[in-house]
Design a protein around this ligand. Structure first.
Ligand code: ADP
Ligand code: MG
Length: 683
């Protein structure tokens, strides 16, 4: 037997079973071993009968006091009842249906561990236990994902004999010097399926959690190393030119902006391709930092492509950045599917969307790529971004051994704590702007329940009468949209319904527009423009406004069904207002159905630091909501938790060691990494 042995060769597995196992993704011995239990039945720590509540699923340790069999009147069902007592002298009535054979097993005075569901017997006024399983020993049993015909009990039977031969089947892919105090793989596999104590189960879980994070880090770092085998054009840095630029700005750079700008510029001076992520809260001033990199490139006669995720943002950047760097002699073009006001052969800076990546677009001197709001582009897209540009641009420039590629700067406003960012974007170096420009106003944030909805509308009316504008954000485009699998998702508001209500009933006197992702980009652009030009007073929108839209005259951000959004996202919505000189407001509409959503939204009222909010969300909601997770392959961690920053750090350090040493020296690890990539569909 080895890892590749097919399940049909195992005892007790016929052709029908093979098919059923296939449904669980189990084809081989390897699949069986690495199919972790979903949970464990812990017969080693039974509960007191007195602590049990109706509907609990619980394990108790008790002695049998008496047993009787009851036949129902029509005799189609038999019930066995036993009175049980635990060592604290509490009693409960255990019940079995249609298991007459148990009569001979259940002997008075015998002690057992019983697993079952707690109910209530109204006549006897007594708790009952509908027993589903009983054990003599204080074992911890694995519970697997099941499918009709494949029970956990059956899977246990299949795995047990494999584990007793484990030494001949598998070697540890972790080198000893990395493994350190972690369990070895063989013991880990034994304990994860059949732990002899909770302590050994915890150790096995810890080892597997480490492995998950380690393999992800290893994958990122090998990608990074491969990239660094290439060369990028090293740039001359002229500090005078940069000073001249910053002097022309209407503000002083923050210390944080200075620091990250310097990190970026130092990278540009090297002939190793930069691969850097610039993280900074909404409004922290990333644009001007990136503009400094553009300037450096331009002064070296190298072009920059600046990619925005949407047409609207590309236009907006074009409007903002062009005049800014025109002052220092940098020419800017725009290249989107709708607008092609760029000379791709001559312009120093080309701001664009995906349209830039088309095969027939080429840049003779590309030296730098900037990706704005990079979470909108997946890992895969990001990894391949350089390729199409590279092939069209550098076809002739490719030297014999090394390929020349542009430097890359990614930017994101998603505030992700540093360790997590390293796990998510581990192929990138990280620069963080952790400081806001001075004098930013605090946006007054309030949770609003249904009762106060009308008052909120009145307030919005008075703001608009004063010449201001408002956003209304809804989670859905249309009501009845099935996104949760629930048939009636009545508690989530939709753009179309709110738009209708606001324009017909609430604010018939104002001009209102709507925006959502299903509209054509021309339509979206037209709506955004009229909001920007103040032709519209209210914009009802889905999350598409989340990223970067700048309307300084807007002072109200009203978010419907606010508890349906992650805190990082709410914080980004909030960042859409307060961009001008007027006091601004953020209203979170929610009836706070759960304690958790109350806690989360309360955090929005008091906290204005995106990094802190992201951390709170991570703790309260788990990692599921972290933006960018889906694209990173980190959304299906089975053992590791993204809030375990210590383990993330350790795994990354270990991966770093291996990559520096040369991963090719570790063939078992190379094989595991390949297998892992296929499994996670990362490429
Ligand atoms: P983001 O990081 O969200 O992309 P922007 O770069 O768009 O933020 O900057 C937001 C606003 O802050 C812009 O209007 C910009 O001109 C301004 N700004 C940037 N840096 C500073 C600074 N150091 N002091 C004052 N205002 C600044
Ligand atoms: Mg920005």
């Amino acid at each position: 037997m080895n890892l590749e042995t097919k399940v049909q060769l195992l005892t007790g597995v016929g052709p029908k079973t093979v098919q059923k196992l296939e449904r669980l993704g189990i084809n081989s011995v390897r699949d069986l071993l690495f199919n972790w239990p979903r949970t464990w039945q812990d017969f080693s720590s039974p509960r007191d009968i007195s602590s049990l509540r109706i509907n609990d699923e619980a394990i108790i340790k008790a002695k049998i006091k008496s047993v009787k069999e009851i036949r129902t009147r029509n005799r189609w069902m038999s019930i066995i009842e036993a009175n049980l007592v635990d060592d604290k002298n509490y009693e409960i009535k255990a019940i079995w249906f249609n298991q007459t054979f148990l009569k001979s097993v259940l002997r008075v005075d015998d002690e057992w561990l019983f697993l079952g569901k707690i109910g209530w017997d109204f006549k006897a006024k007594q708790k009952t236990l509908a027993v589903s399983q009983m054990e003599k020993e204080a074992v911890i049993l694995p519970v697997y994902s099941e499918t009709p015909g494949i029970t956990s009990k059956f899977l246990r039977k299949l795995i047990k004999p494999i584990l007793s031969e484990i030494d001949a089947i598998i070697d540890d892919y972790l080198p000893d010097e990395i493994r350190g105090f972690l369990l070895d793989l063989r013991t880990t596999l034994k304990y994860i399926h059949f732990p002899n104590s909770n302590e050994s189960l915890a150790k096995a879980k810890n080892r597997l959690a480490f492995d998950e994070l380690f393999l992800i880090a290893l994958r990122f770092l090998t990608i990074k190393k491969e990239l660094q085998q290439n060369v990028a054009p090293p740039m001359q840095i002229d500090e005078k030119v940069l000073q001249n630029f910053t002097k022309k700005l209407p503000f002083k750079l923050t210390d944080a902006q200075r620091k990250v700008a310097w990190e970026i510029i130092q990278d540009l001076a090297k002939n190793v391709p930069m691969n850097r992520l610039l993280e900074g809260d909404v409004g922290s001033g990333k644009t001007v930092v990136a503009a400094m990199a553009v300037l450096v490139a331009a002064k070296n006669n190298l072009q920059t492509v600046w990619l925005a995720p949407t047409e609207i943002l590309a236009n907006q950047h074009y409007q903002n950045i062009k005049p800014l760097i025109h002052l220092v002699g940098v020419s800017t073009g725009l290249y989107t599917s709708a607008n092609k006001i760029a000379d791709t052969q001559k312009d120093d800076l080309i701001i664009g969307t995906h349209a830039v990546l088309q095969k027939n677009v080429s840049f003779p001197n590309l030296g730098l790529i900037i990706i704005d709001e990079q979470h909108r582009f997946g890992v895969k897209q990001r990894a391949h971004l350089r390729k199409p540009i590279l092939t069209s641009t550098f076809r002739q420039a490719v030297s014999m051994e090394k390929v020349t590629i542009p430097h890359l700067l990614s930017m994101t406003a998603t505030p992700i704590p540093r360790t997590l960012a390293l796990a998510l974007y581990g192929d990138l170096d990280l620069s963080i702007i952790d400081q806001m420009p001075a004098g930013r106003q605090t946006i007054i944030t309030k949770i609003i329940n249904e009762k106060n909805r009308q008052k909120t509308y009145d307030f919005i009316r008075s703001e608009i009468k004063n010449g201001r504008q408002a956003f209304v954000i809804c989670p859905l485009i249309e009501t009845g949209e099935v996104t949760t699998g629930k048939l009636f998702d009545t508690d989530r508001k939709s753009v179309m319904e709110e738009y209708k209500k606001l324009s017909e009933q609430i604010f018939p006197e104002f001009k209102i527009g709507f925006l959502h992702g299903k509209m054509k980009s021309k339509e979206k652009e037209a709506v955004m423009n009229s909001f920007h030009e103040r032709e519209l007073s209210i914009l009802v929108s889905t999350a598409v406004v989340e990223v970067g839209i700048d309307v300084p005259n807007a002072t109200v951000m009203m978010i419907e069904s606010a508890d349906r959004f992650g805190l990082a996202q709410l914080h980004q919505f909030r960042g859409r207002v307060g961009r001008g000189k007027h006091q601004s407001y953020c209203f979170l509409l929610s009836d706070l159905r759960s304690e958790k959503s109350a806690q989360r939204l309360k955090a929005m009222e008091d906290c204005f630091d995106g990094f802190k909010l992201a951390q709170i969300d991570l703790e309260l909601r788990g990692s599921g909501e972290v933006v960018g997770l889906k694209q990173s392959g980190l959304d299906n961690l089975k053992m590791a938790s993204l809030s375990d920053t210590i383990l993330i750090g350790e795994a990354r350090a270990a991966a770093q060691k291996i990559v520096e040493d040369g991963i090719e020296k570790y063939p078992l690890l190379c094989a595991k990494l390949k297998e892992f990539e296929i499994e996670k569909h990362l490429e």
